[in-house]
Design a protein around this ligand. Structure first.
Ligand code: SAM
Length: 357
């Protein structure tokens, strides 16, 4: 070290950072293996430390297998060595095992995104989600969601719900402040928001609008909750401009929905929303905008999620900034009348909109 020039020294950190990137898929799979083989759990259950021999005996793994994983894990700051035969979980290791954001993101990347990510360059060239071919023969992931293998489907839904669930309690108060009697939940998915509305106000009715696969799941869920008398269903493909959103809503709700589309598509969808809205219909757009987050981890996760849209979802959508969404709202003949930034403990902002007079 002493013989290195200052220039060489300043190159060391960037060079090290570049190697972390070069090997990041390997580190990622190391984490998945440590978890799947039960090594992280074993360490956690033993007050975060154990000998390599104990790990091998307890989990019936080879000394070779455990050592290659742990040596990589040490470089990635997931474990540390107390001595050459005894290791300890670090704070990063603890988070990988116990933090919900990390768990949901890891599963989503591993089960939904990982294989398809290799096609990113091709996706950028074609504007198509070439990586989706790994999962099935659909134009967008939304067409295939309900048919995905169980494990992949679970990871997709857990990822989707993780981000929106925490926003719902505060969002309900915002929406019901205006006492709506009929809410349209566009892109209502499995019905979580619609059912939360029904629980919140015994007098409200809800219409879920979505693609057929998701609508079937939502209908089944509504049936199981005894809500078929208050929730109705409208099959629609909002990429088809000839399919119009029906009129009659007091409130139109779109949660984590518009990020599934390109800016041009968003304008067309919002114009469709406009033709369905009356002068008094409140239109709510709830999104996790990447430029409006409390923590760098959230901004990082959301920005990376855009590449999932590129490779797997549809090839042309992304997570948006708040200003970009406001610009698209106004280009559609709507106006933002109120902004509720970062509601509750969530990542979400609500834009309350009306038809421009
Ligand atoms: C990311 S999910 C959001 C689900 C839910 N609103 C939430 O906040 O968790 C997007 C939803 O939009 C629906 N969707 C995607 N493309 C659509 C289209 N072209 N027409 C109608 N719905 C669509 C999907 O089926 C899915 O249920």
């Amino acid at each position: 070290m002493q013989n290195l020039t200052e220039k060489q020294l300043t190159a060391l950190n960037p060079k090290f950072e570049a190697q972390k990137i070069a090997f990041s898929p390997i580190v990622f799979q190391t984490v998945i293996s440590l978890r799947e083989l039960g090594i992280l759990d074993y360490l956690f259950d033993n007050f975060s430390e154990a000998t390599i021999e104990d790990i091998c005996d307890h989990l019936k793994l080879s000394d070779y297998g455990v050592r290659v994983l742990l040596e990589m894990a040490e470089c990635a700051d997931i474990i540390e060595y107390i001595n050459k035969d005894r290791v300890k979980l670090t704070k990063v290791g603890f988070f990988i095992l116990n933090d919900e954001l990390t768990r949901v993101n890891l599963n989503f990347v591993n089960d939904v995104c990982y294989h398809g990510a290799k096609s990113l360059t091709e996706c950028i060239k074609t504007g198509k989600p070439e990586g989706l071919k790994v999962l099935g023969n659909w134009k967008t992931v939304y067409e295939g969601l309900s048919q995905l293998p169980e494990k992949i489907k679970t990871s997709w839904f857990e990822f989707d719900h993780y981000y929106s669930d925490d926003a719902f309690p505060t969002a309900l108060k915002i929406v019901f402040n205006e006492n709506p009697k009929y809410i349209f939940d566009i892109g209502g998915n499995t019905g979580k928001w619609s059912f939360a509305c029904c629980d919140f106000d015994k007098n409200v009715n809800v219409k879920i609008l979505d693609l057929p696969g998701q609508l079937n799941i939502a209908r089944e869920n509504a049936k199981n909750r005894g809500l078929l008398n208050r929730v109705d269903f409208h099959q629609i493909d909002l990429l088809d401009e000839f399919q119009k959103i029906p009129k009659g809503a007091d409130a139109i709700w779109m949660s984590q929905f518009l990020d599934c589309f390109s800016p041009e598509e968003i304008i067309k969808i919002l114009k469709n929303v406009k033709q369905a809205a009356s002068d008094t219909t409140n239109i709510y757009i709830m999104e996790p905008f990447f430029d409006n987050q409390r923590f760098p981890a959230a901004k990082y996760s959301l920005t990376a999620t855009s590449l999932y849209f590129t490779t797997i979802a549809n090839g042309n959508s992304k997570m948006y900034s708040c200003n970009k969404m406001k610009e698209l709202v106004s280009k559609s003949g709507l106006e933002v009348v109120e902004v509720f930034p970062l509601i509750g403990d969530s990542y979400h902002t609500i834009l309350k909109c009306r038809k421009t007079q």
